[in-house]
Design a protein around this ligand. Structure first.
Ligand SMILES: CC(C)(COP(=O)(O)OP(=O)(O)OC[C@H]1O[C@@H](n2cnc3c(N)ncnc32)[C@H](O)[C@@H]1OP(=O)(O)O)[C@@H](O)C(=O)NCCC(=O)NCCS
Length: 129
């Protein structure tokens, strides 16, 4: 997306109407949510846990700001990212279309310790009791 931006901003007025305006109209998040935009890790460093650490850092930052709900959007065909988000407690709340592309909107509730509400985290807590 970032790579596409310079081209997008140099677009003529017709392109602006077609590409930029629908983007501005799309509601990617609800007011009061902590929104994660464009999570990405360089290909050579993937599957090493960096994406997970970034999600945990976002949860902590959101918690510190007093925000209990985190949201993001992901393409439904991005199975790897979807799997990662679900593992971290995110669930699908709906579908949306942005600039002609379909996305799933996902949300995660952060508990008072700043940790995500994933089943794994909950299960490890139950085991402690
Ligand atoms: C999605 C992304 C940020 C994950 O970062 P990462 O550092 O590889 O993530 P982690 O190492 O913490 O976690 C790996 C987990 O991610 C999931 N995953 C991510 N990409 C995957 C892929 N291509 N195939 C299979 N699983 C994948 C798996 O659940 C995996 O868990 P596992 O090791 O238990 O199988 C990274 O793959 C990426 O930059 N992708 C391209 C950009 C992108 O699609 N971003 C999402 C935009 S919504």
């Amino acid at each position: 997306m970032v790579e596409k931006l310079p081209k997008l901003y140099k677009s003529d007025a017709k392109d602006y109407q077609r590409k930029v305006v629908p983007m501005l109209k799309t509601k990617e998040a609800e007011p009061g949510e902590y929104y994660i935009d464009s999570l990405a890790v360089y290909p050579q460093y993937r599957a090493c846990g960096i994406g997970s650490k970034l999600l945990k850092a976002a949860a902590l930052k959101s918690h510190k700001l007093g925000i209990s709900k985190i949201s993001l959007i992901v393409k439904p065909e991005n199975k790897g990212a979807l799997k990662l988000y679900k593992k971290h407690g995110y669930s699908v709340r709906g579908k949306l279309k942005q600039a002609g592309t379909n996305f799933l909107s996902m949300v995660n509730l952060i508990n008072p310790t700043g940790k995500s509400s994933s089943k794994k985290a909950l299960f490890s807590k139950l085991l402690l009791f």
